[in-house]
Design a protein around this ligand. Structure first.
Ligand SMILES: [Zn+2]
Length: 291
């Protein structure tokens, strides 16, 4: 399942390819699973819109559109895509055959197509209708401070401060691994990055979050941000069928210290990496480096 770095890589890749392009026509399949908005309504809301930019919010990909005062006065919208388990957003030339499981196609003025492909159909597409903020057209400069519109659940791990991070976890009476995976606390951290962050912070995944010291929580805060940033820089981790907007695989999997390295020597101390199940998920850690 794509986690924050993979979703960010896809969003950035799509942004670089479709920013400024206009949606001439939108088509969506009649399969109900990937649609949060009925296909016809979604196509109507998107057709004729110019893509201002594409960005990640949590594990969602958000399409912002260039202001269109007359249309916006009726309804100002964003297009929200969640990749689910196997969803992909790909920019392709129209003469490249549409792969099986293509559930959405935006035909763009540039002649290219933006396609949503999803074999397992856990991905979602929908229209987010913005509140009427048009009376006071503010232009927020700070991304973290929030652009109006879709927010998603949980706190953004790349922007959270040390103090906020402690606040989120210091009373949780679950394992720290489960707390990291809880999307209503931090969003976008899944199994890979939880394991890798705990390794770097030298904390065992089964420790109760509420028992961690302030120093440990601070270490974990730093580790989560560092791991996510490094993974974004390397284009995410390709562990299943994840590919970015251009169909390229990511490289962060080559830097994994513990994830899916059961029985292999720890890269720091040489002890064999262990696998246990925590919060229902396969969890990997070094029994010597992590306490
Ligand atoms: Zn070790």
């Amino acid at each position: 399942m794509p986690e924050l770095p993979e979703v960010e890589t896809v969003a950035n890749g799509v942004d670089a390819r479709v920013r400024g392009d206009r949606i001439e026509e939108a088509w969506f399949s009649s399969k109900p699973e990937p649609m949060k908005t009925p296909p016809a309504a979604m196509a109507k809301a998107l057709t004729g819109r110019t893509i201002e930019r594409v960005r990640r919010v949590g594990k969602h990909i958000v399409f912002d559109f260039t202001p269109a005062p007359e249309r916006d006065a009726v309804q100002r919208v964003q297009w929200i895509v969640h990749l689910g388990m196997t969803g992909r957003l790909v920019v392709a030339d129209p003469d490249v055959p549409r792969p099986p499981h293509t559930h959405g196609v935006l035909r763009l003025r540039s002649g290219r197509e933006l396609r949503f492909i999803d074999a397992r159909r856990f991905g979602r597409m929908g229209i987010h209708v913005l509140e009427k903020v048009l009376d006071k057209p503010e232009k927020p400069k700070d991304e973290a401070a929030g652009i109006p519109g879709f927010k998603g659940p949980g706190t953004e791990p790349l922007h959270i401060s040390k103090a906020e991070f402690r606040q989120l976890f210091h009373l949780r009476r679950t394992s720290i691994k489960a707390a990291l995976l809880n999307q209503s606390l931090l969003h976008g951290v899944g199994n890979i990055y939880a394991d890798e962050s705990l390794f770097r912070a030298k904390i065992r995944p089964r420790r109760m979050a509420a028992r961690l010291t302030t120093e440990e929580l601070d270490r974990l805060h730093g580790a989560v941000q560092k791991v996510l940033r490094e993974a974004i820089r390397l284009g995410g981790s390709s562990v299943s069928d994840y590919v970015d907007a251009a169909g390229e695989r990511g490289f962060f999997q080559l830097r994994h210290n513990v994830y899916m390295r059961t029985g292999q020597p720890c890269l720091v101390c040489g002890a064999p990496i262990r696998r246990v199940v925590v919060a229902g998920r396969g969890t990997h850690y070094c029994p010597v480096c992590q306490h």
